[in-house]
Design a protein around this ligand. Structure first.
Ligand code: HEM
Ligand SMILES: [Cu+2]
Length: 389
C-alpha cells in the first residue's frame, strides 16, 4: 500500500492530477503524510528529546540521587508526567490519523458518492495534528498541576473536538443520500463512526475538569481509550484489510463470514468495554488486580465480551486464510474504488501498470459501474490511455 501511495504522490505531477501535490492527494495519503510528520517531529524532538530525557533524568535521579523528580530531594514528580505526556498525547493522534484516512476513502466508495468537503477533511487533519501537541496536560488534572494550567489544558482539549467533529459530519454527509452498500468493509466504517463517536465524546467528559476529578484513574478512562484506539484505529484497519485484501492477494473472502466476523467484533467489543464505562462511572479503579465485590458482575460481563471478541478475531483469521486457497479470484475492481490501485489486476503485476494510467479525481466513484459478467466494477467510458513507450 505504501507503494501505491508513493505512486500516487509521484503521479501528482501527472496532467490528470494537477501540479500542487497536497491539494489533490488522498485523505489516506494525507493521513500517512501527517503521521510521518508527526512521527518525525514526535520521535526526533519529543520522543528522543522528552521521553528519553525523561528516562535519562529518572535514571540520574535514582542512581545519582540528583533530585529532579524525587520530592524528598526537592524534585517535582509532576515534571516526570509533563515529559511523559508531552510525547504520549501526540502519540495517540499518531494512532488515529491514519485510521481516519482509511475511513475517508472507504466511506466514499461504499456510499457510491464523492467525498463531502474534501478540503475540510484534509484541513481538520492538520488542525488535529497541531492541536495534539497542546493538550498533554489533560492527563494531569488531578496530579497536582496548577488550576490555571488545568483550565487552559481543558479549554484546548475541547478545541480538539472541533476538527474531530468536522470529520465525523463530513463522513455522515458523504453517506447522506448515497447508495450505501453494506459490504464487510462498510460494516467496519459504520462501526468506526459509532465507536469513535462514543470514544471522542467520552474524551470530552474526561476533558471537563470537575468530571475528571471523579473519573480519573477509573475504568471509565480505560473504556474511553479502548473506544478510540480499538473502536477507532483497529476497526478502521480491519475495514482497510477487508477492502484491500482482494487487491493484495487476488482472492475474494467469503462475504457471509466477513459480515458475521464484523458483527462478532462489534458485539464483543461493546460488551467488553461499554461495561467498563458503567463500572468506571461508579468508581471502579483501574490498574488493580483486586476487584471489589460490587464490581464483579461488570468484570464478568466484560470477560464474556472479551471471549466473543477473541472468537471474532479467530473467525476473521480463519476465513481470510481460507480465501487465499479457495477464494474466488478477485476482479480488478471488486468495490468500485476510483483510486489507481483498482485500475490494475488483482494482485497488481510487477511494475503495477502496463501503461501509465491517467490519474483523475480519486473520489470519482460514479465513473465506475457494476458489471455482472466481470463480477466487479468497470469504467463507464474507456479513458484514452497514453501509448506504451
Ligand atoms: C475528541 C478527542 C479526545 C479527547 C477530548 C480526549 C480526552 C482525554 C482525556 C481528558 C484523558 C485523560 C483522562 C484521565 O486520565 O483522567 C484521556 C485519556 C486517554 N486518551 Fe483520550 N481523548 C480524545 C481522543 C483520543 C484518541 C483519538 C486516542 C487514541 C487513539 C486517545 C487515547 C487516550 C488514552 C490512551 C488515554 C489514557 C491514558 C492513560 O493511560 O492514562 N484519546 N483522553
Ligand atoms: Cu491525551
Amino acid at each position: 500500500m505504501t507503494e501505491t501511495a508513493d505512486v500516487r504522490i509521484a503521479h501528482a505531477e501527472h496532467p490528470g492530477v494537477g501540479h500542487v501535490v497536497p491539494v489533490r492527494v488522498l485523505a489516506r495519503v494525507w493521513g500517512a503524510l501527517l503521521v510521518l510528520t508527526l512521527l518525525t517531529v514526535a520521535v526526533a524532538r519529543v520522543d528522543l528529546g522528552s521521553l528519553n530525557l525523561d528516562l535519562a533524568m529518572l535514571i540520574a535521579d535514582r542512581a545519582l540521587g540528583i533530585g529532579i523528580f524525587d520530592p524528598a530531594r526537592g524534585g517535582d514528580p509532576v515534571l516526570f508526567q509533563h515529559f511523559f505526556w508531552f510525547y504520549s498525547h501526540p502519540a495517540v493522534y499518531i494512532m488515529i490519523l491514519p485510521a481516519m484516512g482509511v475511513i475517508s476513502e472507504l466511506v466514499s466508495v461504499f456510499s457510491r458518492k464523492h467525498i463531502f468537503g474534501y478540503s475540510f477533511i484534509a484541513l481538520s487533519s492538520i488542525a488535529i495534528a497541531v492541536l495534539s501537541f497542546l493538550v498533554w496536560g489533560h492527563h494531569m488534572f488531578v496530579a497536582g498541576q496548577s488550576t490555571l494550567s488545568s483550565m487552559i489544558f481543558s479549554f484546548l482539549t475541547f478545541m480538539v473536538a472541533i476538527p474531530s467533529a468536522v470529520k465525523v459530519f463530513n463522513w455522515l454527509a458523504t453517506m447522506y443520500k448515497g447508495s450505501i452498500w453494506l459490504a464487510t468493509p462498510m460494516l467496519y466504517v459504520l462501526s468506526f463512526l459509532f465507536l469513535f463517536g462514543i470514544g471522542g465524546l467520552t474524551g470530552l467528559f474526561l476533558g471537563a475538569l470537575a468530571v475528571d476529578v471523579h473519573l480519573h484513574d477509573t475504568y471509565f478512562v480505560v473504556a474511553h481509550f479502548h473506544y478510540v484506539m480499538f473502536g477507532g484505529t483497529v476497526i478502521a484497519f480491519l475495514g482497510g484489510i477487508h477492502y484491500w485484501w482482494p487487491k493484495m492477494f487476488g482472492r475474494m473472502y467469503s462475504e457471509f463470514w466477513g459480515r458475521i466476523g464484523a458483527l462478532l467484533v462489534f458485539v464483543g467489543f461493546n460488551t467488553t468495554f461499554f461495561t467498563q464505562f458503567v463500572m468506571g462511572s461508579h468508581g471502579a479503579p483501574r490498574r488493580s488486580y483486586h476487584y471489589q465485590v460490587q464490581f464483579e458482575p461488570y468484570h464478568r460481563l466484560s470477560t464474556i465480551g472479551a471471549y466473543i471478541l477473541g472468537f471474532g478475531f479467530v473467525l476473521i483469521a480463519a476465513y481470510l486464510v481460507h480465501s487465499l486457497f479457495r477464494g474466488r479470484p478477485a476482479p480488478a475492481n471488486p468495490w468500485g474504488g476510483a483510486t489507481l490501485e483498482w485500475r490494475t489486476a488483482s494482485p497488481p503485476p510487477h511494475d503495477n501498470f502496463a501503461v501509465t494510467p491517467e490519474a483523475g479525481d480519486p473520489y470519482d466513484v460514479e465513473a465506475w459501474r457494476w458489471d455482472g459478467e466481470v463480477g466487479g466494477y468497470v469504467r463507464r467510458e474507456p479513458v484514452p490511455q497514453p501509448a506504451a513507450p
